[in-house]
Write a new protein. Sequence first.
Length: 127
Amino acid sequence: MLKDFLTASRDAFTDICKNLAGVMGYEILEIFPVDDDSADFLCSQQEGKWRNTKRSNIIIKMRRGTDPIGESLLRNVQDEMKRYSASRGIIVSTSGFSPSAMQYALTRPVDLVDRRQLSEYLHKLKK
């Protein structure tokens, strides 16, 4: 399934990403077009198990490429989190993260999903 994620056409990649967000437990509110190797979403997640519980906004950025994700993308996510009143940001990457990006994420509400975790989510998607 990781091969499909890496080689899919732009539309197929976006569809896989939408389904992946669902597997991760998020409901997509808005899709932001980026390019052939990127998909950005504004999602929501219910904060509790009860029906009338408040929903939180989440920014998700999915990237497929060969270069590690740098700190600048994490800063961009934080700016978008403020703009959309999001409580968390998630960056999914097939190429990993730079040391500065990993250090930056340690003290910020931004989760980094690497290739191994992505493979686990894609395996759940396949079921």
